[in-house]
Write a protein that binds this ligand. Structure first.
Ligand code: ZN
Length: 147
């Protein structure tokens, strides 16, 4: 299977079967993000305890890129320390940066390496208008965590 096709499958899988689409009883952090250009919405509830994101809930609506990115993000950060979450956020944003140049441990030939399913979103860089869709979940996450 061609890599682009594989990426498309991963994105569609997260879009059709979004992870962590649940409700949390007592979230300690919350933020709403929207991307008016595309009509995307991402709502995040998190439970942060002792510097660890112990749980996350994602709701929202919008295009497949924004919603699959939110699903992948939730999977990637659950159970991680805030330091790891910040590191992952920096790596993801560097991957989505058209000028990704190797900072933050990024391999310029394969900028999504080490990011798991998130790597599938790197093809979005070819469509600058959709980069905001892919970044929405992460920008909302930073807001929720007070960065
Ligand atoms: Zn979108």
């Amino acid at each position: 299977m061609a890599l682009e096709e594989l990426y498309r499958e991963v994105i569609l899988d997260h879009y059709r079967n979004p992870r962590n689409r649940v409700e949390l009883d007592a979230p300690t952090a919350h933020a709403d993000g929207n991307n008016p250009l595309c009509g995307d919405e991402v709502h995040l509830d998190l439970i942060v305890a002792d510097g660890i994101v112990t749980d996350i809930a994602v709701t929202g609506q919008g295009c497949s890129i924004s919603q699959s990115s939110a699903s992948m993000m939730s999977d990637a950060i659950k159970g991680k320390t805030l330091a790891d979450v910040n590191d992952l956020t920096a790596k993801f944003k560097a991957m989505m940066d058209i000028d990704a140049n190797g900072d933050a441990g990024i391999d310029p030939d394969r900028p999504g390496a080490m990011l798991g399913d998130l790597e599938a979103l790197q093809g979005v860089r070819k469509f600058p208008v959709r980069i905001k869709c892919a970044n929405l979940a992460w920008t909302t996450l930073q807001e929720a965590l007070g960065n």
